[in-house]
Unconditional design. Sequence first.
Lengths: 343, 226
Amino acid sequence: MSLLKYPDTMNRKQLFEEFASGRGIGKIKLFSPILMHFAARHIDRSYAAFASDYRVLVEANIRAMGDFGMDMVSLISDPYRETAAFGARIEFPEEAVPRCIDKVIKSTDDIHSLKVPDVYKNERTLDRIKGAEEYSRILKGEVPVIGWIEGPLAEACDLAGVSEMLMMLMMDPDSSGLLLDKCTEMAKKFAAAQVEAGCDIIGMGDAVCSQVDPDTYSNFVMGRQREIISFIHGLGARVKLHICGDISHLLPLIKETGADIIDLDWQVSPGKATEILGHDTILCGNINPVLIQDKPPDEVFLLTEKLINENSDRKLIVSAGCEITVDTPAENLKAMARAAKSL
Amino acid sequence: MEHNEILEKIAYCIEFGKIDRNSPFPPNMKGQDGAGEYTRQALEKGIKARDVLNHGLMQGMDRVGRKFRDNKIFVPQVLMSAKAMNSSMEHLMPYFTSGEIRSRGKFIIGTVMGDLHDIGKNLVSMILKGNGWEVIDLGIDVGSDKFLEALEEHPGSVVGLSALLTTTMANMKETVEKIKGNNRDTCVAIGGAPVTQEFCEKIGADIYSPDPQGLVDHLDQRFSTG
C-alpha cells in the first residue's frame, strides 16, 4: 500500500476510493503495473497455466501484490477469452502468449451468422469469471479487482485478422459496423458477468486503436467504447481503457468515452494527456517497460521517482507503459514500488 | 492523356488507396478508374514499364511512406495504398519476369521467433515493394535457421527483423548473431514498437528505423549506386 499521511487502517479499496475522489492528490500514490507472464514466473508456473487456470492467475497476482506492494489485482491474461467463446481454437504454448489458430470471420456471411455467445458456457470466459469470484473470496472486497474485456476493435481484429479488419473499415463500413456491434454486445455481457462476480474496475483493452486515424476511431470505435463504458458505469464499476502505443492523436476523442482510468504507454506525455483529459481522469503509466527490464534497480527507482515528481498534482497510478516483461528482474519491480511508497 | 498525367494518376491512386474502378474506397473516387486501370492504360500507351514503376508506383508509395511517418495517415490508409499498389504491380509482373525492369535489391523479412504480430512487417513489406524492392516474406514466428536458409537461397539480400513485443525483441539478438556469424557483411535491419537505436547497436544490427519510410531512406543511402 502506498500512502503518505493516510491512516494504516484504510484498506486498498478505501485508499483507491480516496485517490479516485481526488482528495488524495499529492498524498496517495498507487502502484499497479500490468503483470501476466511475469506474475506466472514469479510463482514458478507456466504462462500456459496462468492463462488457462484461474487459480494459478489469482495466486500469482496475490503473491505479486504482496511481494511488490501493489495496490490492485487484475484478471488480465491474453486477448483470446472472448475470441474462444466466439468459436476460435486457442493453443497454449507453455511459455508464450496463447495463440489463436484460426480466424472466426473469413467472409461477410460469417459476420451475419456470428452469434454473441453465453459467457458462462465457454470454458475460457467462465475461467475469468471464476477468477473474479476467487478474488472476492480471498480478498473479501478489500482490494480493487480489475476485470478485463477486449474493446470492440481489438475483438473484431482478433476475429477477422488485423489487416483484414482495418481494410474492412475502409471498404465495407456496414459489415464492419455489424461486427463491431456484436463485439460491443459481447464486451457488455462479459463485463457484466465480471462485475457480478466482484470486479470493481473493468479494464478494456483496445490495443489496435493507436494504429487508426482520428476519423476512423471517431466513426467506428469511440461511440461503441462509450456505450460499453456507460453500461459498466450503470453496473456500479469503473473502467480503465488500455490502448497500446502512442494515442496522442486520439486523446481528445478518448476523453469523450468517459473512461475513468486511461493507461498511457511510454510515448505519451502525462502532462499533455492531462491538458486534454482534465484532472478528473485517472492516468496510469507510463515508464518504458524496456527500461524497467534493462536498467539497474537504482536507475529504475530514479525513473519512477521522476515520474512521480513530475505528476504530483494529478491522479497518476504508477505503472509501466505496458506489460511488465517476463525477464524483468524482481529487484527492478521492487525498486518501482519503493519509489512509489517513499514519496 | 499525356504520359506525365497518367503517371501522376497512378501515383495519386496509390497515395489515396484507389485500387480499381470497382473499389468503393475512397468514397470521393467511387466509380472512377483506379491504380490497376491507369497502369494498364499507361502500358498500352507505350510508357515503359520502368517509368511506370519509378514515376507512378514508387512516387505514390513514397508519398504514402512520408505521410505515414508524419502521422498524416495511419495503418488502414497504408493498407489500402498497398492494395492499390498491388493492383498496379500485377500489370508489371511480366516485365520483372522478362528482366525489362529490375528490382533495387532483395529484402528478406519476418517477425522473430515467438512474435505473431505481422502488421508492422506487412507495412514495411508493402512500402519496400512500392519502392522497387523484391520482398521475400518469411512470415511470422521465424527462427534463425529459416533466415539463414533464405539467405542461402537469395545471397546478398538485406534481412529485416520485426518484433512487436518486448519479450520477443530479445530473440532478435540471437538471430542477428547467427546471420552475422554466417556472413558478417549481411546487412540486417530491425524494427518494431519496443526497438530502439540503442538496442540496434547493442545487438550488432546495421539499420534501425521507427517507421518504414525511414528504412527506405536508409536503404537508399546505403545501396545508392550514385
